[in-house]
Design a protein around this ligand. Sequence first.
Ligand code: TXE
Length: 510
Amino acid sequence: MSAEAPAPPAPVPAAWRTARARIGANVPDLPCAPVDDPADPDTVVGEYALGSAADVDAAVRAAAAAFPAWAARSAAERAGLMLAAADRLDPLVATAAAVLVAEVGKVPAEAAVDAGGASGMLRRYAVLHETADEATVAQDGSVRTILRHRPVGPVAVIMPWNSPVYLAFGALAPALLTGCPVVVKPPEDAPLALTGMLHALADALPVGVVNVVPGRGPEAGQALAGHPQVRAVFFTGGIETGAQVARAAAATITQVMLELGGNDPALVLEDATVGPQLVRELVAGAFTGSGQICQNIKRIYVHRRRHDELVAGLTALVEQLPVGPASEPGVLIAPLTTDAGVRRAEQLVASARAAGARVVESGTVVGDLRRGRFVRPTIVTELPPDHPLVLVEQFCPVLPVIAVDDDEQAIAEANRTEFGLAASVWSDDVAHAEAVAARVEAGTVFVNVHRLGASIEAVPYGGVKRSGIGRNHSTWSLRACTEPHATVTWSDAASTLPGLARWPQPERAS
Ligand code: TXE
């Protein structure tokens, strides 16, 4: 460990200040890099181990060694261990949430949901143990088929900083249930809460079932994605990094599940009532997480007849949003987590202004914004529909609102980007909204809602086009960590399966 890391402030307790690697039963002593506070980047809140390719290799070997015994248990047994582990994690959730406030910069209510994902995901997947162990037996004439779903083997989990605990446990819980040990690479910008929870999880399960290697993406992440003994990679992050992960995995013919960015459109149709409820939903959908959630509303297309009243409503509500450090009571717009995010926000806003757009930077300031990575909540109108603020994932609280002439134009604009994670359609006429929704290119299209939690477990979650590959949630997640395994038994192949006649009969023994 680096001996003289500066003393961090109160919110991060001593036991959580260093994100250490966990390789099997070992907690190696590795060099570390600092983690800062987005509300005051001069303040160091902790440090994370700089895992190397050799550390990743050791962790994957530990996972591979644990695989046979873990896979040999029934899913019901694994579920029992996961439920016991969830009970051990529950008392840590409040501390993990406080750590997330310090390292991600997110507000306490959102940090609580993120941290609660640890025990929540273990429980959510544990109840699916019968599905995980399901074997289907079919008899077709003289042929009997048994179809099982066998665990693939060690699973790599590489996650971003925006919801580190929730996303990582959402990926590892189905892997554990199906019999796959995991190696997790936490994000360098927010490694502390996740790593703390993973050590507690590792303590609750057999050695080697949960391994952690904090470190930089291009080193530890890349080594993990390309490791020959990793059998599946679960990745959430940016498109370019996702492509690098897929390339590394391709070299070893390893399956990938990629949840990449979203640039979710909200289509407000002519027959939508633009009242307080609609405005409130759109603001919550766009500004949760200060705009740094994959499923935020990132662009609004509104029928020209509704445009002015919608913009007036949005602008008035956004003006009320408290902007400040997440530790200040009542704050809704907290700092962005990364410097890169702030730079991108500033460039997009400057470019929108230069393009002649109307830019209203707003919010109500709470506390001191001078030191942190703050971006005021901003509504941008009169913007060309092909402006970068519309076409890229802005990942900040800057929301473009674009007028359209009719449904056709709204659908065409919604579909013109390379993204397709989620979308929403807003109308008083549900049948009309659903007809429009069917034509929007996205993994999920919501009607009259577009917020976290709106995507229920029963439906597959993931994106089309460059928003990703694969789906998660409930059984889709289980299938992503398993391979179909078929046993096919013929009781009378010689007489019912053609093709044997051209082969000679063995000489009969005289
Ligand atoms: O993600 P990265 P970043 C989008 C969003 C954001 C952009 C970049 O637009 O601004 O992506 O965010 C690890 N091999 N989303 O920089 O770089 C890295 O260490 C293997 C959308 O945080 O994709 C981290 O653990 N791994 C998204 C993880 O990948 C590598 C959420 C994600 O980092 C690696 C977050 C490599 N070569 C960002 N390089 C969403 N869908 O919600 C980095 N990593």
